[in-house]
Structures are given as structure tokens and as C-alpha cells.
Design a protein around this ligand. Structure first.
Ligand code: ATP
Ligand code: MG
Length: 397
């Protein structure tokens, strides 16, 4: 491992160099080291240093106080940013969620010890190479998620780590090491102390990962039950079929959520999506697609235009893809019809109708009748696309 130099971004290398020049230690840490060793492009380079936040701010011209109380300062370089965090030890955890306080430390090892998994607890310096106190590189090679220290204790400090373990296993296709896994079974109930937003972020990553079969573990450990109680029984019954469909569908959040709720009641789905604090747009999209999933695919061009007028092009495409994934049937006629509607530019929205509200007002139609007439005309035009011509539509009136 000593031989493979980690490629740092120009900005990360610059930040490390400047901190070193000022007499401080500085290392790239966490996710970027893990991803690099896996041959994945690191998403961002986090830097850990023994310089106090105040010192970091004095060294760099442009900084943002991102999380000063946790020791994090964002350094701006050109149009890029690098997060610099002072080595720290987390204080007591009394709520299974967050440390009551943090103390800064001079030792990199202390900082690595507070991190969640061995694969996330490595550091790298361009001159000194890798720092790996807990066998992170070995676990990476073996494909193991292993807690740093006693996993049970670590999960009681911050219960989200259990869901992170499942998430990393899903995303990387790794196994959770036995003792760590046993600690998830033992402490699963503590996940109820964690905020919906933090749970949502991890859950969506699990759902859209390449290894949805890990959902079995969420069900078995009852982690799922402790954050989505109404779905425990549902998953025990349906998770096999859900995993099967998930493993064949595009890794799109909306699609994966539709599949996850495929066999659930609409109101259970809505309640759960809202409890997970998903944004309204996604909730609406999932519920719409879910409702359409049970209907037969549009059988002719009129039905295709009609569906497009209600759910739009993107959702239509997603829907057909989903139906295809789930049923394994041949949906090429649906794609053909969509293509035909689009290439011919057939009208399926009020916006593209050849007459508008003003035209109708000029003809003496007003009040509620305007909207109704427009919708009638749209329906007529979806049946007779060649008639989307102003004079013809007015003549009809
Ligand atoms: P990704 O960004 O790909 O989701 P990451 O490992 O970078 O993965 P982050 O949430 O960005 O994850 O956290 C950065 C690092 O901080 C992690 O690699 C880990 O060392 C540490 N970390 C994050 N969350 C926790 C936690 N709940 N408990 C302990 N350490 C954590
Ligand atoms: Mg990260």
C-alpha cells in the first residue's frame, strides 16, 4: 500500500502544504482515502489538522465558518472548497445521537479513533503516506464493514452509525463483520433517537444502491421497524419481490421508492414518505407513479397523449420502464407511441393548444366556461392531433 500514492486534488494538496508550512500537521482523511483505495473518484477531500479553527482561519485568506463548534472551517480556493477540521475527541454521548461537546486534540490517532468504521478511519499525507491504525486497508481488501473499537458502544453513542454500516455495505457491496453486525441486532431500537432527515439520506442511498438485497438485513435486524414501524410487517411479507424488482430497475430515487411501496396502500406510502421528510415533489411523483403502475399501459395514441397530459413525459418514461422491469413484458409499443407523439409534436398540454383563454374571452366565453372549454378542446385535439389549428378549433365552437 505504501507504494500507491494517493492522488489529491490540487486544492487539497495546497491546503495541506500551507498548513504544514505554518508548522501544523494536516492529512486527507475519511471517505476520500477509502474511495481512492477502492479506485473510486473521491467526492471531496476532507482535511484534518492539529491547527485550531482560529489558526486555520488566519492561514487562509478566504474561509467560511461551517461548523466552528465542531472545528470545521471551509477554505475557498478559486471556485473550489476544502473542509478543514481540527483533530477532535467527541465528548460524552447522552442521547444516542450527538456528543454533548467536542474537545480538540493534538493527536491524529485520537481523531481517527472517533470515526465510525475502519475503512473510514484512514488518513493520508503526500510525504508520509497512509496512516491506518485499525486495519482499514485490510478490511477494504476483504470487503468488510467493521466498527472502530467496540461496535456496540459506538452504536450507542450515535445510533445512525448502524444505518451507515448497512449503507456502506449496500453501496460498496461489502459484508458487515460479525461482531459489528451482532451489535446492530442488539442496538437497532436506538435508531428511533435519530432525526428523520439523517435516516432519510442513508435510507435513500441503500434503496438506490447496486445491492438492494441488504434490505433483508434492515428487515431482519428490525432497524427498519424502529424508523418506519408501519412497514415492518409489509417488508417481512414483500421484501423478496421488492428486492427482485429493485435489482433490475434504474437507480433513480423516485423509481426505487415506487418499487419499495409497490404493494403498500397509497395512504401508508404517503404517510411514510412524509415521515421521512421527503420533499413534496418527490412524494407527489412517487404517489402518482404508484397509482399508474396498477393501470394497464396506454393502448393507443390517444391514451398515450392523455397519459402524457396528466403525468408528463419524464414520468411517462419512468412508468413504462417500471412496468417493463416489474412484469418483464414487452413494452416497445408504448415507447413507439411515445416516440410518435413526440416526433410529430402532437399537442397534449394546454400550453400547446392552438387557442388560449384570451381567444375564448374574445369569443364571449367567460368565467368557469373558459377552463372547461379549453379542456374539452384539448381532449378533442388529443383525439384529432391534426385539428390543433386555431381556425378549426374556433369553428368547432
Ligand atoms: P460519503 O461522503 O461517500 O457518503 P463519507 O465517508 O465521506 O462517505 P461523510 O458522512 O462525508 O461520509 O463523513 C466523512 C467522515 O467522517 C467519514 O468517512 C467518517 O470517518 C466520519 N464520520 C461521518 N459520520 C460519522 C459518524 N456518524 N460517526 C463517526 N464518524 C463519522
Ligand atoms: Mg463525504
Amino acid at each position: 500500500m505504501e507504494t500507491c500514492r494517493m492522488e489529491l486534488s490540487r486544492e487539497a494538496a495546497l491546503v495541506i502544504g500551507k498548513l504544514n508550512d505554518s508548522g501544523y500537521e494536516a492529512y486527507a482523511v475519511g471517505g476520500c482515502v477509502r474511495d481512492f483505495l477502492l479506485g473510486l473518484p473521491p467526492k471531496d477531500f476532507d482535511i484534518a489538522t492539529n491547527a485550531a479553527p482560529r489558526a486555520v482561519k488566519a492561514i487562509f485568506r478566504r474561509t467560511v465558518d461551517t461548523g466552528l463548534q465542531h472545528g470545521t472551517v471551509t477554505v475557498l480556493i478559486g471556485n473550489k472548497t476544502v473542509e478543514v477540521t481540527t483533530y477532535r475527541i467527541d465528548g460524552e454521548y447522552t442521547d444516542n445521537r450527538r456528543p454533548d461537546g467536542v474537545t480538540f486534540t493534538n493527536e491524529l490517532k485520537d481523531d481517527l479513533t472517533r470515526r465510525d468504521f475502519t475503512i473510514n478511519a484512514m488518513a493520508y499525507h503526500p510525504a508520509f503516506g497512509y496512516v491506518d491504525y485499525f486495519g482499514g486497508a485490510e478490511d477494504l481488501a476483504k470487503g468488510l464493514i467493521r466498527g472502530v473499537g467496540a461496535p456496540g458502544e459506538r452504536f450507542r453513542e450515535d445510533a445512525l452509525r448502524m444505518l451507515r454500516a448497512v449503507r456502506f455495505a449496500a453501496v460498496l457491496g461489502f459484508e458487515i463483520e460479525n461482531e459489528t453486525k451482532a451489535a446492530v441486532y442488539e442496538n437497532a431500537h436506538l435508531i428511533s433517537n435519530i432525526s428523520a432527515e439523517r435516516i432519510r439520506d442513508e435510507f435513500l442511498k441503500i434503496l438506490t444502491s447496486k445491492n438492494p438485497e441488504i434490505l433483508n438485513l434492515l428487515t431482519d435486524t428490525r432497524l427498519l421497524f424502529y424508523f418506519l414501524p408501519p412497514l415492518q410487517e409489509y417488508c417481512e411479507e414483500n421484501i423478496g419481490r421488492i428486492i427482485n424488482a429493485l435489482s433490475r430497475c434504474d437507480k433513480d430515487v423516485t423509481l426505487c421508492l415506487v418499487i419499495f411501496f409497490m404493494y403498500a396502500q397509497a395512504d401508508t406510502a404517503e404517510e411514510t414518505l412524509t415521515a421521512l421528510r421527503l420533499d413534496n415533489r418527490t412524494v407527489k411523483a412517487v404517489l402518482t407513479l404508484k397509482a399508474w403502475l396498477d393501470k394497464p399501459a396506454p393502448k393507443d395514441l390517444y391514451e398515450t397523449r392523455k397519459a402524457l397530459s396528466i403525468i408528463g413525459v419524464r414520468a411517462f418514461e419512468q412508468l413504462v420502464k417500471l412496468k417493463e422491469t416489474i412484469s418483464g413484458g414487452d413494452f416497445s409499443p408504448s415507447y413507439e407511441m411515445l416516440k410518435s407523439v413526440r416526433t410529430k409534436g402532437d399537442c397534449f398540454t394546454l400550453k400547446n393548444l392552438a387557442v388560449n383563454g384570451t381567444d375564448l374571452l374574445e369569443l364571449g366565453i367567460n368565467g368557469k366556461a373558459v377552463g372547461e372549454t379549453l379542456n374539452d378542446l384539448l381532449d378533442y385535439v388529443m383525439k384529432n392531433p391534426e385539428d390543433n389549428v386555431k381556425q378549426r378549433l374556433i369553428a368547432r365552437l
